[in-house]
Design a binder for this molecule. Structure first.
Ligand code: SF4
Ligand code: SF4
Length: 299
């Protein structure tokens, strides 16, 4: 079994406890317009073009079978309607201006990289985090990967939007040590409007995690004028405050770093002009959540 992996990030310090390796699976069922990993949304391979790295050697024009590379008004563009993501141009682009995102890998391929850092996981109480995209869109692969990690004695967590029923994910959950899940917006209509999906399954699944007795962290990405409203944070904190398996509530400050990726994929970025929240605003939201009696961490 192979799946598309967009990245395997070693020595990660922000995806759970200790030093971790984070494995990013490709494909997500939500379409949050602020996503800072837009290359993980589609479950198909995609060509990324970093124009500033292009040295104009012309090799991509020679090898593309579909003539998708064009010069229009003196500018090198990729005609996305002609591109079939065959990857031939990225193979000859030594400047790394062209990168195919989404490498088909087996669980064994991924494990070969994961086990290299076992000593760091052991010494820092770290481990592996399976992320995406959306892990629950790829349950079979994630389950096999989690199982392989446990066989090696490695701590495993997932990062998930939790919007897919956990009925088919019980086997995956049984191999996990922790779940990091999002509640982005408490108001269902707003959630539906921005993510394309109702949050009813998310809220039910949090109850399910409690029933399955698995420790979890709830996270809210702070998106200016969308999720960072005081009422939203208060409602979420109120909902999660009585769960015994809640480790903490994390408020993730807006991350504008996806900008270059949107450009490389030629996708529009509605949140291009937004910037991270100020320390004062972060403190205010933290205080609101802490007022519900839970542990809160701002990241
Ligand atoms: S192969 Fe790479 S560096 Fe050469 S023209 Fe194409 S994009 Fe630019
Ligand atoms: S990925 Fe293939 S079809 Fe797309 S631009 Fe490159 S060579 Fe052409």
């Amino acid at each position: 079994m192979k799946t598309l992996i967009t990245d395997i990030q070693r020595f990660s310090l922000s995806d759970g406890a200790g030093i971790r390796t984070t494995v990013f699976l490709k494909g997500c069922n939500m379409h949050c317009p602020w996503c800072h990993n837009p290359e993980t949304l589609s479950n198909k391979p995609e060509l990324m073009f970093y124009e500033s790295k292009c040295i104009g050697c012309g090799r991509c024009f020679e090898v593309c079978p579909n003539g998708a590379h064009k010069i229009i008004d003196g500018k090198h563009i990729i005609d996305r309607k002609l591109c079939v993501s065959c990857g031939k141009c990225s193979e000859v682009c030594y400047a790394e201006a062209l990168v195919m995102c989404g490498k088909p890998m087996t669980v064994n391929d991924v494990m070969k990289q994961i086990v290299q850092d076992k000593v760091y996981y052991d010494n820092s109480n770290g481990g592996v985090t399976i992320s995406g995209g959306e892990v629950l869109c790829n349950i079979e692969f994630a389950t096999e990967l989690a199982k392989a990690c446990k066989t090696e004695g490695i701590h495993v967590a997932i990062e998930t939007n939790l919007s897919i029923s956990l009925e088919n994910a019980k086997c995956l959950i049984s191999h996990l040590d922790m779940v990091m899940c999002d509640i982005k917006i408490f108001d269902n209509e707003e959630h539906l409007k921005y993510t394309g999906i109702s949050n009813s399954v998310v809220l039910e699944n949090i109850k399910k995690l409690e029933e399955l007795n698995i420790p979890f962290i709830v996270r809210t990405p702070l998106i200016p004028d969308v999720t960072d409203r005081e009422e939203n944070i208060e409602q979420i904190a109120d909902y999660i405050k009585n769960f015994k398996n809640l480790i903490r509530y994390e408020l993730l400050n807006f991350n504008p770093l996806g900008e270059g990726k949107y450009k490389s994929l030629n996708k529009a970025n509605d949140f291009e002009k937004e910037r991270p929240l100020s320390d004062g605003n972060l403190e205010k939201l933290k205080n609101i959540a802490e007022g519900k009696g839970i542990t809160v961490k701002v990241i």
